[in-house]
Design a binder for this molecule. Sequence first.
Ligand code: ADP
Ligand code: MG
Length: 696
Amino acid sequence: MSSPIEYLKGVGPLKGEMLKKELGIFTFKDLLEYYPFRHLDKTRVDKIASIDPGADFVQVAGRLTGIELIGEKRGRRLIAHLQDGTGEMELTWFQGINWVEKTLQSGQAYLVFGKPAFFMGKVQMVHPEIEIFTLEKADGKKFLEPIYSSTEKLKTRGLHGRAIGKLTYALLQVISEKDFPENLPAGIIEKYRFISRWEAFNNIHFPSSEKMYTHAVRRLKFEELFFAQLRLGLIRSTRHRFSKGWTFDKVGDHFNTFYSKYLVFELTNAQKRVLKEIRKDTGTGRQMNRLLQGDVGSGKTIVALLSMLIAADNGFQSVLMAPTEILANQHFNGLSEMLRDMPLSVKLLTGSTSPKKRREILKDCEDGSLTILIGTHAVIEEKVVFKNLGFAVIDEQHKFGVAQRAKLWHKNSLPPHILVMTATPIPRTLALTAYGDLDYSVIDELPPGRQPVETIQRFENKRPQVMDFLRKEISKGRQAYIVYPLIEESSTLDYENLMKGFEEIKSFFPEPKYWISMVHGRQKAEQKETNMRRFVTGDTQLMVSTTVIEVGVNIPNASVMVIESAEKFGLSQLHQLRGRVGRGSEKSFCILLTGYKISNDAKDRLKILCDTNDGFKVAEKDLEIRGPGDIEGTRQSGLLNFKLANIVQDRVMLEVAKNLAALVIDKDPDLTLAENLPLKNYLQLQKGKTPWSKIS
Ligand code: ADP
Ligand code: MG
């Protein structure tokens, strides 16, 4: 199964190289796991005169009546004419012309397969698959022929979707049942009546019946989901049992003083519960790796702060990392303010810290006089050495790569406890898979007194009315955001729009008492900082910005969020932006400005947003609309690239797989029981394929 693909009869070095490059097929096994995207009932042959213009694929049998080469240079193409007694169609090739010309023969009968197109009332097919028609092929009993996706490059070498099927067929002839040792425990196979792996691989490619195809898909999908859950579960279980971590065995003066004297509100029950979970983890002597999910505004920061105070009570330093300077600044200002009267040293380190300050901070970290270091990526640079780092908080997780997290592990003789906080809630199904190796906490309750943000959509021509509404709100002492889309950081057009918008807004608010801040990615750090600060302190009433204010920014007095060209934003991003308002006790509004012509998808997105304020519901919908590939926070994880399974459509099976994996691990965490030998052998075989160990 691990033989290089070029050794398969009919492949050879040249085609082998192309299969590797174009489809990532390196071995026999890879080819077997390159599944067809559909099957075709081969007995069906369409007549040219009755081809459905909307059909994805048709199959036509006919005779070539002529072949011609036309055009010059780049416009050169080969056209073959095909007749089947009901009509004529044109087959066109733009690439691989020489090869096609050599192969095709005028007068010969061919079977042609491809997507039809209509041009001036005539049927055409571009780059069809074509093979010599024989009677034997025509009258075969009903059988389902697999169709594989191919690439233009492969097609020019004759490796079209059908040819790949021929290779797979050849492969299934040279391997046998013994190449497919069972990888599931007998109990699971019996309970779920799975067919054998050998049967499954045969039938997913060349089904003996539709029913067998269904069985094959079910078995192979289950394998994907189950082994993903098993691997993640084993990583978590191994960490729980063996990874050493610092023991925080007491809650001391720092925590108690802060809690009783300086904490101005009562924690929500959800916050208390999460704090208990963290307390429990950090008291065991094992390293904590916990994901904290909570909707925007649910109060994750205070949980992080209280945890860092417990670390301090046990003699440890902490870091808090944020993905942007704005956020790092805000955390620093917020936390220093709350800790103002506490005997603790809190410092800020970012890319724009002056060299002199930086040296000071590095010294304080190293000699232990600093307790909490807040900052951007700068805090995990090699030069930052701690005397005794024990706790690390990563805020707004999705902006940090796995590799960056891993750097934290080398900051002390044992790795610090890690709390990963994400503000983009992820549906449970996705969290199970993408973060299955982390322990999971959720704040599912907002602080009391919050009113839901009223969200409405308005067309652009209502901008003057929207601006009047803004004036009314800011005249009551509120503040407002106006956000412009910035699709690409480098896009000049997007910046022009932002600048135009800024001028326009200035003209809407000519009164000398109103001031406007503007923040965007092309500004220098100090410029951003100044504008931000003026808005925080209330010196400016309006904040015009790009999505740099997307995550985490907390200004409770801001009560209106206007989003320009809202149709251009993704759902999670819109929810994030909306989360910038509704943070105080005043009623808040989110106004989605859009053009007239928007896609149905965009309409759906905006409607969901207008209908609910619940980030978890928004995330569920987002997952349904976009599929798992694009969900914020999972893109770099690479854990969701299943070949067959789809975690939205197959969520029931995912739950089953997860529960079964958990049962196995609970009973036999080292997979030493005889019944689990198939699992162990299979995992061994798969080793090194995914960098599972790197996940923090
Ligand atoms: P997020 O979870 O989005 O990071 P923050 O931690 O920024 O949310 O908290 C949002 C706001 O809610 C802050 O102003 C914070 O002080 C406030 N807050 C947090 N917890 C509570 C609570 N239990 N009661 C009242 N206000 C709270
Ligand atoms: Mg936050």
